[in-house]
Ligand binder design. Structure first.
Ligand SMILES: Cc1ncc(COP(=O)(O)O)c(C=O)c1O
Length: 457
């Protein structure tokens, strides 16, 4: 019989050989346990250790891990309607669309589904270029994140699908996040087709914009005929204390993107929601064809069932309300921790259950997440050692209780007390190593991190 450690070693070796050797080495260095099961707010390792999950896959597990209602919907759909070809008339898809219409800001009532965040960002870009054919520029925020696909259209051999978007690619205009005046200035000459923005900047930067920012951006867009695309892939369905984060500013964008939390982590799916006005403008494009916005794998009976069940769960459990009322217990607790431990921390940005700790350097982020792991708490590491002050994220399932939040804060206090005994020059030194980690020999990475694992790939 193999031991748990040998099992973990085998898993890591297979991941290192066939998937991503760097990621496998990092998992080995972090002594990350092999996950056996997960329910609600908890992940259980193969060794039987229980972890409170505040990483939450960066927003995916809003309704909790393995949510029973979503699971039941997926299982019963699997037994009755395993496939929905794109052309089929399927009542469940219609039901999902009707439901989406009731939760989205008024006016966003046309939907295109996709299998990932990046795919629906692409859908939005295509819609923008159809609706604003004379403008090539897209305005983005420094630090923004909208996915990582690169150019299926550039290799497409069917001119009718490619020509409406040529010349392919957008011209980028980048401004600082939160600076409405910079947006106004960039839009003034009416050459920008659309502004792509996260209402709360996620990623390693986690930034809540100044009050009224989105309203000002929206007004600048309206004044210049620029489309506003709100990327709510992370913030959707209540994470920030409102069903959609744009509602904090009472803004209705022209296009709204959301995914992560949408199916409770069972099946990746995303929605590109468009206003009827934008769709009408896209449809007026001389080469318009409804297929221009569609993909062939984007609607499946399982993802539709999972999304419908997850949204009903969000509504019935009032998860936006929970994030609004319980979120401050977490965000205030993190802010208090920063006040007590300024040696290594810079701030506690956040809203609702989208919270984080801005660290003085990447090694502080790593050390806190590793020691929190020893306290039985997973946190959301930014996986970005190149920026100076990465934010360690706390994105719990919105079903988390007050007692669980207090457990997290108590573990954090003890972690930060431990860290305060370490001099800043030590974390500066580890940061220099971290930035070179992909070039260090794997044995040295494992030795420095006191890991019991070895690498065999
Ligand atoms: C705000 C935001 N937009 C887009 C994406 C891309 O989503 P995906 O990884 O599903 O392609 C992400 C993923 O983390 C995201 O956080």
């Amino acid at each position: 019989m193999t031991t748990v450690l040998e099992d973990r070693q085998q898993v890591l070796n297979a991941l290192g050989r066939h998937w991503n050797p760097t990621a496998a080495l990092m998992l080995a260095a972090a002594s990350r346990p092999v996950e056996q099961s997960a329910t609600g707010t908890e992940v259980v390792s193969e060794e039987g250790d229980r972890f409170l999950d505040l990483a939450g896959s960066y927003g995916v597990f809003l309704v909790g891990h393995g949510n029973q209602r979503v699971r039941d919907a997926v299982v019963s759909t699997l037994q009755t309607a395993p496939t929905v070809p794109p052309g089929a008339v399927h009542p469940a898809t219609a039901e999902l669309f009707e439901l989406l219409g009731t939760i989205l800001p008024t006016g966003l009532d046309r939907f295109v589904l996709g299998c990932s965040g990046a795919e629906i960002s692409e859908t939005a870009l295509r819609a923008v270029h159809l609706a604003r054919p004379g403008r090539r520029k897209i305005l983005i925020a420094d630090g923004g994140y909208h996915g990582k696909t690169l150019g299926a259209l550039t290799v497409l051999g069917q001119p009718n699908h490619r020509a409406p978007f040529e010349p392919l690619g957008s011209e980028l205009v980048t401004v600082d996040y939160g600076d409405a005046a910079a947006v106004r200035e960039a839009l003034a000459d009416r050459s920008v087709a659309a502004v792509f923005l996260e209402p709360v900047l996620g990623g390693a930067h986690l930034t809540v914009p100044p009050e009224g920012y989105l309203e000002e951006v929206s007004a600048a867009c309206r004044a210049t005929g620029t489309l506003l695309v709100a990327d709510e892939i992370q913030t959707c369905l209540g994470r920030t204390g409102k069903m959609f984060a744009v509602e904090h500013d009472d803004v209705v964008p022209d296009i709204l993107l959301f995914s992560k939390a949408l199916t409770g982590g069972f099946i990746p799916v995303g929605v590109c929601a468009l206003s009827s006005e934008v769709m009408a403008e896209a449809e007026r494009h001389p080469q318009w064809d409804p297929a221009l916005l569609a993909g062939s794998s984007s609607i499946s009976a399982l993802s539709v069932a999972a999304a419908t069940a997850a949204i009903r769960e969000v509504l019935d459990k009032d998860l936006p309300g929970r994030a609004a009322t319980l979120g401050p217990r977490l965000t205030d607790g993190l802010a208090e921790a920063v006040r007590r431990h300024l040696k290594h921390l810079l701030g506690a940005p956040g809203v609702g259950f989208m919270a984080g700790l801005r660290t003085r350097n990447p090694s502080v982020e790593l050390l806190i997440s590793m020691v929190m792991g020893r306290h039985g708490i997973h946190t959301g590491h930014s996986l970005n050692e190149q920026i100076d002050h990465p934010v360690l994220r706390f994105y719990p399932p919105a079903t988390i209780t007050a007692e669980e939040i207090d457990r997290v804060l108590a573990a954090l206090e003890s972690t930060l007390t431990w860290l305060d005994r370490r001099p800043r020059r030590l974390t500066d030194g580890i940061t220099r190593l971290l930035r070179r980690q992909y070039r260090l020999p794997s044995w040295l990475v494992l030795k420095l991190s006191h890991s019991k694992m070895t690498v065999d790939w």
